[in-house]
Write a protein that binds this ligand. Sequence first.
Ligand code: NAD
Length: 409
Amino acid sequence: MSLFVNALQQLRDAASEMKLSQEVVDILSAPQKIVSVSFPVRMDDDTNKVFSGYRVQYNDARGPFKGGLRFHPNVDLDEVQALAFWMAIKCAVVGIPYGGGKGGVTVDPSKLSRSELERLSRGFIRAIKNDIGAMKDIPAPDMNTNGEIMAWMLDEYEHAIGKHEPGVLTGKPLALGGSLGREAATGQGGAYVLEFLSERENLTPSETTIAVQGFGNVGLHAARIMDEMGYKVCAVSDSKGGVYNPEGLDIPAVMVHKKATGSMKGFPNTTEVTNEALLELPVTVLVPSALENQITRDNADRIQAKYIIELANGPTTKEADEILFKKGITAVPDVLANAGGVTVSYFEWVQNLAGYYWAEEEVGKRLKDIMKTAFDATYEKKKSLNKDMRTAAFVVALERLAESIKARM
Ligand code: NAD
């Protein structure tokens, strides 16, 4: 399934719902610029290996391009274009002054040593340095990239341009101008979404069971915070599989177990579940936080959760969306649910531009305000359109994008 075809279908569905002008649909049906690079990296055995990378700059009508960099073997232009398009929608849903972009390198980082990973990170940023900038295009972490990698990239970039420019990248360590609260921001934003959904749908935390697929930056913090809020997180998984206890898991203990053993497996009083089986567990809320294309026409009918909070990007295919909607399942779409990450990236950039840094409470409060405004706008739009929340979020975003695009014409 082409991710970009899926993304463009979502655009067309929302566009026809709101009668968006064909001019705007055409503009949003292709990225403004595709940067495609190949670059050599010196390996530890002194040979050179050539890697391919991409930066897709989808649309910048609302502000500089913004979006993460992914290191993964499945990275290709189709995937990066879809992710870049969703960033444009996401930034508009939460009303932050950015366009959409995304990038990545086709690589399995688990096969690289730490110094090879550093040379790859520096090599990629050298290859795209003329296309990024604090007022142009601002990358951030995504799958298999983190604060340490952002630090190497920032150092390389600042050496290349001969001056400081911390706002060129977000998700940096605090020591290089990162923001308090950035690391947990996507999971935290997802937890706020669960809180708002619970208020609207009368869910009691202690009676609300949750399954989280993925236990990386996003899934781990989401599971941890939802557990702290009193929800019953019953299943978690990573690429090696997952564990399930219908009575709820002790998430801090699962984190210790995973750190010690490298996996969830063998965690006391649980049954093992595969990633496929986790999606079909009898829980109230499913939280996909790993890869795209997880809920498809093949398994959508077997989903038992009443709600889905998409913290991964693109976890649900178009056909699956239709099946879920018919089954009465409410899915809070990725472009809203996982926008906490880019929102705190925006705060980080604002702090970099001002050279003035905020307390963690201020970051948390401002994040909650933005997520609440975006959630309420989407929920109200869903009710007025009598449509699913994805279409509603797209309509909210496309209204704002269209306004900026037209104002420039
Ligand atoms: P990460 O690399 O930190 O973690 C990924 C997790 O997914 C790991 O636990 C890994 O073991 C697991 N995983 C990999 N393959 C799997 C499989 N087949 N089945 C189940 N689990 C699997 O990445 P992340 O930053 O947590 O990103 C996860 C998702 O969230 C991605 O779709 C990413 O685009 C999206 N996202 C991330 C951010 C962010 O701020 N990091 C923001 C918005 C959206």
